[in-house]
Design a protein around this ligand. Structure first.
Ligand SMILES: NC(=O)CCC(=O)C(=O)O
Length: 310
């Protein structure tokens, strides 16, 4: 697997490893590929490792129920036969001693299916579950049509994970990145890194994948006085599957990390790759001090969008 790495962080505090893996029709193979990718990331020194959206089976509405697994709230009770993807995540996080953001897998729960990200601590305990809250239902004539809601249900809460490096990371899944309100709430609750397992496509990928990451990195902080030489916002990373020519849905790839100034500090093409980036979380503090828009917001002038008459 190609290793792509680039970072301008002056004093690295945490190393991120993003696994852009190939996903096919064979669930067992997908699980083994994901396990090997996490191991490779850990060997390369990654402390936080992230897999892509829907890595245990094809990204297709008909496949979600077929590849879905129960995700019991108490990981102790995991039945390896029924939840082999989850069992692997718990095992490999513990074996490698990494904080593992387990991309997403389809989850079977109460007669419904969700697109769910499991986060596992380095000791193998589940830290959080994020169920994709914005379902990918779009129709771009001549481009892409997709309706996740044909087989999936939406989650109903936002997810933040505290880390042993003294910062919280906010989670979203793919289409969730298009909703700045969600990023703003995660940031307001303390997120300094937003991670999005995702799978954009060949229509929206070239147009919006990088743009949205750069926007989310800076959009809470870009205006105001005192620019100085500071930087703005928070770190954002999005992790895609590699492109599989045999798949019905062609993933864009281009797993990317953006710093709080909105600069791409690590990225790759559409082949399988491990993308590494050193994150200096102090940059987040510096930028928030130098461009203090959080303190300058005029909430007295902003009618909440939900209350604006249609
Ligand atoms: N899997 C997804 O949610 C895809 C989102 C996407 O491609 C977009 O343009 O948004």
């Amino acid at each position: 697997m190609a290793v792509s790495t680039r970072s301008d962080a002056p004093s690295p505090k945490v190393k991120l490893g993003l696994c852009q893996i190939l996903v096919g029709e064979d669930k067992e193979e997908n699980i083994e590929r994901a396990r090997r990718a996490v191991e490779e990331a850990a060997r390369a020194g990654a402390q936080i490792v992230c897999l892509p959206e829907c890595w245990n089976g094809p990204y297709a509405t008909a496949s979600f129920p077929l590849f879905a697994e129960p995700i019991p709230p108490d990981a102790e009770g995991v039945d390896k036969a029924r939840s082999p993807s989850l069992a692997m995540l718990l095992e490999v996080a513990r074996d490698c001693g990494v904080l593992l953001v387990g991309g997403s897998i389809p989850e079977a729960r109460g007669g419904k299916f969700f697109n769910t990200c499991v986060v596992v601590r380095p000791d193998g305990r589940v830290a959080a579950l994020h169920r994709k809250v914005h379902l990918f239902d779009i129709h771009v004539p001549g481009g892409i049509s997709f309706r996740e809601s044909a087989t999936l249900s939406a989650g109903d809460s936002l997810t933040l994970v505290d880390t042993s490096w003294g910062f919280s990371l906010g989670l979203g899944i793919c289409y969730d990145i298009r909703f700045p309100e969600m990023a703003m709430v995660l940031r307001a609750r303390g997120a300094k890194l937003l991670l999005f397992p995702g799978a954009f496509n060949l229509t929206t990928g070239p147009a919006h994948w990088e743009l949205l990451q750069r926007a989310r990195a800076v959009d809470n902080q870009v205006t105001g006085n005192g620019w100085g030489k500071g930087r703005a916002g928070l770190f954002v990373a999005a992790v895609s599957p590699a492109r599989n020519p045999a798949a019905s849905y062609q993933a864009w790839g281009h797993t990317t990390v953006v710093n709080p100034w909105g600069e791409v500090i690590a990225t790759t093409g559409h082949e399988p790759a491990l993308v590494l980036a050193d994150l200096d979380m102090e940059l987040v503090e510096t930028t928030r001090r130098n461009i203090p828009t959080a303190q300058q917001k005029r909430f007295d002038l902003y009618t909440p969008c939900s209350q604006v008459p249609k």
